[in-house]
Design a protein around this ligand. Structure first.
Ligand code: MLT
Length: 250
């Protein structure tokens, strides 16, 4: 299978992703947190670009509730947005807080990267928590693009490591052939991490990245460790470009 990695949204465009299977990667934290929200029982997540758009949508949803209620979640500057129910920490998304509800969600980089995927054939979300389930889901797919969200318009190492881990898994299973040099570089970056097998060691590498340093400055180190736990979730989140909802793959 041809396999491209895009290290930043700005280094690709919707035409590059048209009719392809895209994995959006914002490991710290949007795609980790959305996967957690769905695993905790949220019935769907609706990604929004802007705060005002999310608020307007939530107001509409409250008038005509579906799925047992609405939760507004997301961040700006890493912090919960004033008036929102939840921030962007995966630990906040529990059965109690989001079970059976629609989550309307906006983040600085992750939900922005998703906007490029409107013409994709399929859009899956990347998370180490659901790594093996994602690899299994992608078996048999052809023509894959891994899209890193980056941080504030800059490449961020944690997304690159995750993309490299996926490239590595595909090569190990004879499933993929890297097409672009970013795919080669991402794999080299991932394989260069010493002791990546334990969550604590992987977390220390994630900590030493642009996104990780930002979270550490905010005192959110626990989120880094959460994102470093491999295969704690056996389900995969999929964004459906037509109705713009993220749901678990049944
Ligand atoms: C984002 O989408 O920009 C990130 O998830 C930021 C964050 O971790 O708060």
């Amino acid at each position: 299978m041809p396999l491209d990695v895009y290290l930043l949204p700005a280094w690709t465009n919707p035409a590059d992703l048209t009719n392809r299977v895209v994995v959006v990667i914002d490991l710290l934290r949007a795609t980790t947190t959305i996967t957690q929200a769905l695993a905790a029982g949220a019935c769907e997540v609706i990604p929004c670009l802007e705060v005002a758009e999310a608020q307007t949508l939530a107001d509409q949803w409250r008038k005509e509730p579906s799925c047992g209620g609405v939760v507004l979640g997301g961040e700006r500057g890493g912090q919960r947005i004033p008036g929102f129910d939840l921030g962007n920490s995966p630990a906040e998304y529990t059965a109690e807080s989001v079970g059976g509800k629609t989550v309307i969600f906006t983040t600085t980089n992750g939900t922005r990267a998703m906007q490029l995927c409107r013409q994709a054939r399929r859009v899956l979300l990347g998370s180490f928590n659901s790594f093996s389930a994602l690899v299994a889901e992608l078996q048999g797919e052809r023509d894959l693009a891994l899209l890193c969200a980056g941080t504030a318009g800059l490449v961020t190492a944690e997304d690159v490591y995750f993309a490299g881990a996926l490239v590595d898994a595909f090569l190990a299973n004879g499933l993929g052939v890297p097409q672009n040099d970013e795919a080669v570089l991402a794999r080299v970056a991932w394989r260069g991490l010493a002791g990546r097998e334990t969550a604590e060691r992987l977390a220390s590498h994630l900590h030493d990245s642009r996104g990780g340093r930002n979270l550490a400055q905010l005192g959110m180190q626990d989120d880094i460790l959460w994102a470093a736990r491999i295969d704690t979730i056996d389900v995969v989140a999929e964004l459906h470009p037509r109705d713009w909802r993220i749901r678990l793959i049944p």
